[in-house]
Design a protein. Structure first.
Length: 413
């Protein structure tokens, strides 16, 4: 099994075909809302094949993680009888109208987990009996991410608020040919961004947490450092990095790299590795000093808290005898557990990792010899040493947030 053979198979298929088929077959049932392209078509079809009750699942998609968080807010406000009069997010397209049907389970990016808990937009998940959880429960990296208190802060005694199904890294993409032509070694660590030969030749994310975070990793510190004043050389390093930077962008950074306008670009592996797959001039590396991590999570909207069963599609049209014998109610909690557990199966996790350019959480903290050959020694899975030095961006105190913003503004002015 290799990623390229999967992609060739996938080229004639679209996720929309499956979604249309599911929704034609069922106008009621369990609602699962996905981040577009985060769950490949083949994986959804395999779930349908394995789980008999999958005919009762309706899938829908959102193209951006930020839109999924917006939906959670809108659903909560409508449940409370409030009108959504919040302004659209600055620098983003206008807020999309929320679908009428609230999702029973949906994708949420780890960045939005804290505000989702704080605003009572999601509810805890009962994962203890889900097959595969026992492996994740032994790993600090996942427990720190998903086990939170009511304020959304990591807590060893907190409840589990999310179930991870894929993750990625902040990495460096680079033009192999441009570096070779100019006698510049291929990068291996964050420090390579500061090379004088790369002045005005790199792009960085337009994100203070990401840029300050990678600089903290470069300095051997945590990306979640609370008090930046303890690092007197941080501002100097950031200002030097700013001089290397041609532009800041979290979205439009790959095209300039492909065109050769930049020689290195910092971005997320889920985007970069797709380009590496089809462009041999582009290389990518996870910095050896450790990096920032990101994850897509399954969460359950709070407004579905009291919905434990739902009729099977078509049950309302059947007579009572048929409804009792052939169209029983769906055990919602059981079906959602099946869905989450499905993504932690080794074969499905491998397929998901190869097709979605993001690794499954079940492949962290395991013996490298147990990693599937198709995933071993690829940028998808950093070495255990690099992963040990990496971290998710966790919530900061209000004072720390102010510090980060002040430093960011000072560097960018």
């Amino acid at each position: 099994m290799n990623r390229r053979s999967f992609l060739v198979t996938a080229s004639s298929l679209t996720l929309m075909q499956l979604l249309a088929g599911c929704n034609r077959a069922s106008t009621a049932g369990v609602e699962v809302r996905l981040l577009e392209d985060s769950v490949p078509l083949q994986v959804l079809r395999e779930f349908q094949r394995q789980v008999r009750s999958s005919q009762a699942i309706n899938f829908s998609m959102s193209s951006q993680l930020a839109d999924l968080f917006d939906l959670l807010q809108t659903w909560r406000e409508k449940a409370n009888g409030q009108q959504d009069d919040r302004p659209s997010r600055p620098f983003f397209r206008p807020r999309a109208a929320a679908p009428q049907q609230v999702a029973n389970l949906m994708t949420l990016g780890d960045y939005w987990l804290t505000p989702a808990i704080q605003q009572n937009l999601i509810q805890p998940l009962d994962v203890e009996e889900i097959p595969g959880w026992e492996q994740l429960a032994e790993q600090e990296i996942w427990q720190t991410l998903v086990r939170r208190n009511q304020q959304g802060e990591p807590s060893e005694t907190g409840e589990v608020w999310a179930a991870p199904y894929r993750w990625g890294t902040l990495m460096i993409a680079y033009r192999r040919d441009r570096l070779e032509e100019n006698g510049i070694p291929e990068p291996t660590d964050w420090q390579d961004l500061w090379q004088p030969a790369l002045q005005r030749r790199i792009s960085l994310p337009d994100s203070p947490r990401s840029v300050i975070g990678l600089t903290l990793k470069h300095l051997g510190r945590s990306a979640n450092t609370e008090d930046l004043t303890t690092l007197p050389n941080l501002l100097t390093e950031l200002e030097a990095l700013h001089q290397q930077t041609k532009f800041y962008s979290s979205e439009a950074y790959l095209q300039p790299l492909i065109l050769g306008d930049t020689w290195m670009a910092v971005g997320w592996s889920t985007e970069i590795l797709q380009v590496v797959e089809r462009n041999q001039r582009i290389g990518a590396v996870v910095p050896a000093a450790g990096t920032l991590l990101t994850a897509d999570l399954w969460v359950r909207p709070a407004v579905t808290a009291n919905q434990e069963t739902t009729p099977r599609p078509g049950a309302e049209q059947a007579n009572s005898e048929q409804a009792n014998s052939e169209q029983p109610s769906i055990d919602l909690s059981s079906l959602l557990r099946e869905w989450i557990a499905f993504f932690w199966q080794p074969s499905i996790a491998t397929q998901l990792s190869l097709l979605s350019f993001a690794a499954s959480p079940i492949f962290t903290g395991v013996d490298p010899a147990q990693i599937p050959a198709a995933l071993a020694n690829t940028p998808l899975l950093p070495s255990p040493e690099v992963l040990q030095a990496s971290e998710f961006l966790l919530p900061l105190s209000d004072d720390a947030i102010d510090q980060y913003q002040q430093v960011w503004l000072q560097v960018r002015q």
